[in-house]
Design a protein around this ligand. Structure first.
Ligand code: AMP
Length: 492
């Protein structure tokens, strides 16, 4: 069995690795580190969780341990698709380079240019950046890439999804032809293949097994769910999610909940929060300080539910997630593999549960085809396509609670149906910043169309209360004209 000490790493790097508690290199590390140290290009087909970050950081630090950077001319460049991933690589770098004197700068959006400029001016050994921010600095004339000796591209397939490939090509063109390239991607889409053929020179190709096929520690399940009505699907789906979470009880210590769209990330997080669940959203439109705060909270166990988009969550290293909930079926089958890979890590057990609505069945089939496994069907916690009176704010009249019933006192952790109505209404109105009362004392009067008759009833009973008269119209009162004979009515 290969040991880290067999890999020719700098002794100071080895010491840091040892302190990190790693005993043996992972397959991607074993495959990528030796050619990287020889100065060869590397094409690593591996995804997050395989130890790929160390597979490029360790040789990078070893190579950079000799020599010094000049002002504004970084000696190496690591490109990452998202800010979080870049920040994570920077953290890894700090861990492994703690005994080697190297400087680094992190160029990500949401951080002031000034601070970053100051660092670059001093000269950095490692520049970790997202492509957009890197090019911004370059265009402002603050950065010269002529001295880049090693360039790393991490999560290239995600770069492709995010439309960064033209930026990457441009950055390749700005660095010296003689640079070494370490290129990582979870999959090899044709466009990625094209880039590697163009910019990598005779790379050593290392492919490690797909996580989903390898990880048997993840228990999977899917609820095939059909909303009672299309306009209620969202709120009912959110209810299904809550019931799935509740069904897991204490086994669900923490979870990532994935949604396909950023707006849904916000809506689901807001809805869960209103129902008393400890949840917060993370996606690319949130400001950096909020993203960092949320992520730190989730990592250190202060936050239980992270509601995330693929992009924000991609590559994040969160060591122990007990559950992954796919609120939506991902539209790319590969994303399912990435998503569920957040749980069941490092030999721990994990559970991944998904909700599939009819229009997602095609995508669902593609997932089962990719993982070559049938995902067990779980019971719909709402019952079979039964309408969900508690979750919706416009349930059919027949299922509405009787309006004569005294309002239930809502509990703090289990909002009443009236609260649910308001929560769902407020959660769907994304732009609304109106605070929603968590525990209103009384259910709100019905609003909107189609409620005229009950409104009429209420008005009538009010009249009765005021005057002590009989109920008019529907009770035992008979309008006098009904008691007239047909002839009498005609005459009147
Ligand atoms: P990555 O695929 O780079 O996101 O790494 C996933 C996780 O594996 C991180 O928490 C690393 O700290 C950890 N890790 C990386 N290399 C090793 C190793 N050789 N042994 C044990 N854990 C490792």
């Amino acid at each position: 069995m290969t040991k880290f000490s067999d890999l020719n790493l700098n002794p100071k790097v080895l010491k840091a690795v040892e302190e990190a508690g790693y005993e043996t290199p992972t397959p991607i590390q074993e495959g990528a580190i030796p050619p990287a140290l020889e100065g060869r290009d590397v094409l690593g087909i591996a995804q997050t969780g395989t130890g790929k970050t160390a597979s490029f950081t360790l040789p990078l630090i070893t190579q950079l341990a000799r020599g010094r950077a000049r002002a504004r001319m970084p000696r190496s460049l690591v490109l990452c698709p998202t800010r979080e991933l870049a920040a994570q690589v920077a953290e890894n770098f700090d861990t492994y380079a703690k005994y080697v004197k190297l400087s680094k700068a992190l160029l990500i959006g949401g951080v002031s240019f000034k601070e970053q400029d100051t660092l670059i001016d001093k000269g950095v050994d490692v520049l970790i950046a997202t492509p957009g921010r890197l090019l911004d600095h370059f265009e402002r004339g603050k950065l010269i890439l002529n001295d880049v000796k090693v360039m790393v591209v991490d999560e290239a397939d995600r770069m492709l999804d995010m439309g960064f490939i033209p930026d990457i090509e441009r950055i390749f063109g700005l660095t010296p032809f003689t640079r070494q390239t370490l290129f990582f991607s979870a999959t090899m889409a044709p466009e990625i293949e094209r880039i590697t053929n163009t910019f990598l020179s005779n790379p050593e190709r290392i492919e490690v097994a797909r996580q989903a096929t390898a990880s048997e520690t993840i228990e999977q399940g899917v609820v095939m769910f059909k909303g009672s009505r299309r306009d209620r699907e969202g709120s009912e789906k959110r209810k299904v999610l809550r019931l799935m979470i509740d069904g897991e009880g204490e086994k669900c210590t923490n979870a990532i909940i994935f949604c396909n769209r950023k707006t849904d990330v916000d809506i689901v997080a807001k809805s869960l929060k209103k129902y008393g669940y400890d949840a917060a959203p993370i996606h690319g439109d949130l400001d950096q300080s909020q993203r960092t705060r949320t992520l730190d909270g989730f990592r250190n166990g202060e936050l239980r539910f992270l509601v995330a988009s693929d992009v924000a969550a991609r590559g994040l290293d969160v060591p122990s997630v007990s559950h992954v909930f796919n609120f939506d079926v991902p539209s790319h089958a590969e994303d399912y593999v990435h998503r569920i890979g957040r749980t069941g890590r490092a030999g721990r057990d994990g559970k991944a549960m998904m909700i599939c609505v009819p229009r997602d069945e095609k995508n669902f089939d593609a997932i089962e085809k990719l993982i070559q496994k049938e995902i067990p069907r779980l019971d719909n916690p709402l019952g079979n396509t039964a309408p969900a009176p508690a979750a919706d704010d416009d349930a059919p009249k027949a299922e509405k609670p009787k309006r004569t019933r005294a309002p239930r006192k809502p509990k703090a952790d289990a909002p009443s149906e009236a609260v649910a109505e308001q929560v769902e209404a407020s959660a769907t109105v994304e732009a609304s910043t109106e605070p929603v009362a968590d525990t209103p004392a009384e259910p709100k009067p019905e609003r909107g169309r189609g409620r005229g008759s009950s409104g009429g009833r209420n008005r009538s009973s009010n009249r009765e209360d005021r005057g002590g008269n009989k109920v008019v119209g529907l009770g035992d009162h008979t309008p006098s004209f009904i008691e007239l004979s047909f002839e009498e009515r005609r005459a009147s």
